[in-house]
Structure formats: C-alpha cells, structure tokens
Design a binder for this molecule. Structure first.
Ligand code: TMP
Length: 259
C-alpha cells in the first residue's frame, strides 16, 4: 500500500517521508491503546475521525498565529506536516480534576481546579512516561529553559483557544496532552506544536450531561467510542452526515411488524 519510507511508527500514527524535503506524512491508524499499550484494540474509523478533528484544530491554531507542524490534510487518513524534531515531553494541561490527577491527589473527578495546571511527562515507553519537573527537564537537557518558557506560553494560549472552541459547542475541555517539536529553517530554530489534538489526547465532556466524548470510553470499557468521536466532529461542523465512518458489526434493526 505504501512505498514511502517509514520514519517512525507510534501506537496510533505512522510518520512517513513526505513529498518534499522538510515534510513528513502523518498517517492516522485505527489502533486504540491505553496503559502504555497493555490494552489494545482496533476501532474502525477512529483514524479518519482523528485526522479530521486534528486538521480542523491545527488549521484554526495556524490562523491564530500559533505555530504548528501542520501543512494540510491529504486524504482520509493522512496529513502533510513539517518535519520537526520531537521534544521528548508530553505536556498536559488540566482545567478540571480527572484521570491520573484525580487519582494521585484524591480529588473527586469533575472538580474544577482553582487555576489551570501544566504537567510534564518524559516520553519514554520503557518507563511508562514518568511525570517530571521543570528542574528534571533542564538538568537532563530534554528542553532548554527558553524552550520550556515557549512551551508553557504556547500551551496556555492553546488551552484558551480550545476551551472556547469546545464551550461553543456544548463541550467542556477537562484536560489535554500536547507535544512540541523543533522546526529548523536555515540556522533558525523555533518551537512548534506537533503530533495531534483529538479525542484520543483530550478529555471532552458534554456540558449538559457530563457524558464522556473521548478516549476514556475505551480506557474505561464504556463502549461507544466511534459514536462519541462522531458527535465531537458533528458538533464542530466538520463532517457531513454521509461522510461519517459507520462502525462495522451488528446493526440494531427495529422490529417492524408487517401487516
Ligand atoms: P491522565 O489524567 O491519564 O494523566 O491524562 C491527562 C490527559 O492526557 C488526558 O486528556 C489524556 C491525555 N493522555 C494522552 O494523550 N496520552 C497518554 O499517554 C496519557 C497517559 C494521557
């Protein structure tokens, strides 16, 4: 299927060599993993939805002047991106207590935080991505102090933008994870947003019902993941009804009595 050189394969995406120097192709797989891939499933259509949702968000961020690696979407599963050197940190922004924070500090899920909180995790599968401090990041040179300042400032802007975007469609942005990369242009280097932003990497709750519209549906065996991601895409107005991937498998048919 692909004759391009594979640069890197992650749990949910593959990076291929791009059509021009300085570009890569980011391919969205249907794989869903949790707990460092101890839980794994293929969910038909997830990659297509994440590609579209992430395209929409990155396009808006580019328009706002927040630098990202995104160039354009190529097709259902692929986008062209600028080749960047990924900074080995997962940056998590939290507005409301949930997930690992709620568990670690014994705070009820859904409790609003007094102010948004940034956390850093070192990207290292063998270590299960441990949480690290700014001092660790500086001491081990994963990012320079200037890069870290840039990362924090961009993260706050991204949080403000995303919170408003989702609020407008009746969704509360609980938390999300982002990654950054170094973009080289000549001998100039800048820090840009990389990877993806999708219901795989953010907690999105329906404001009216607190219904989970994100990957917690998979992590917590709640079912209905594709339907939830479709609902996010539908509310953002980025997919035609007839374009939405239909989950395969048994279809519930109403009992119709024929007279
Ligand atoms: P956490 O509460 O499990 O630490 O997750 C915080 C946010 O980061 C949540 O929106 C899910 C996202 N996330 C990822 O995108 N990848 C990961 O590997 C983990 C652990 C969390």
């Amino acid at each position: 299927m692909h004759h391009r050189r594979r640069i890197y394969e992650g749990k949910a995406k593959i990076i291929f060599e791009g059509p021009e120097p300085g570009t890569y192709i980011q391919f969205f797989k249907d794989n869903a993993t949790a707990f460092n891939a101890k839980k794994h499933e293929v969910i038909d259509g997830k990659g297509v939805l994440n590609n579209r949702i992430s395209e929409y968000i990155f396009t808006q961020l580019n328009r706002l002047g927040i630098p990202t690696h995104f160039i354009r979407r190529l097709n259902m599963r692929e986008q062209i991106i600028r080749s960047v050197e990924i900074i080995p940190l997962e940056v998590v922004l939290r507005n409301v207590a949930a997930g690992s924070l709620a568990k670690r500090l014994g705070i009820q899920e859904g409790t609003p935080l007094p102010c948004s909180v940034i956390e850093f995790y070192y990207k290292k599968d063998e270590l299960d991505d441990p949480m690290v401090s700014e001092e660790h990041i500086a001491a081990f040179g994963w990012a320079s102090p200037q890069e870290l300042e840039e990362i924090k400032a961009l993260s706050v802007r991204i949080n403000d933008f995303l919170s408003g975007l989702f609020l407008a469609v009746g969704i509360q942005l609980i938390d999300f994870k982002i990654e950054f990369g170094r973009l080289w242009e000549g001998d100039m280097m800048s820090v840009v947003l990389a990877d993806e932003i999708s219901p795989d990497s953010a907690r999105l709750w329906d404001i009216a019902t607190d219904e989970r519209l994100d990957k917690d549906r998979f992590r917590r065996n709640m079912g209905g993941l594709i339907e939830a991601y479709q609902e996010v895409a539908r509310r953002l107005g980025i997919m035609n009804e007839n374009e939405l991937p239909r989950p395969k498998g048994p279809v519930l048919v109403n009992n119709v009595s024929v007279l």
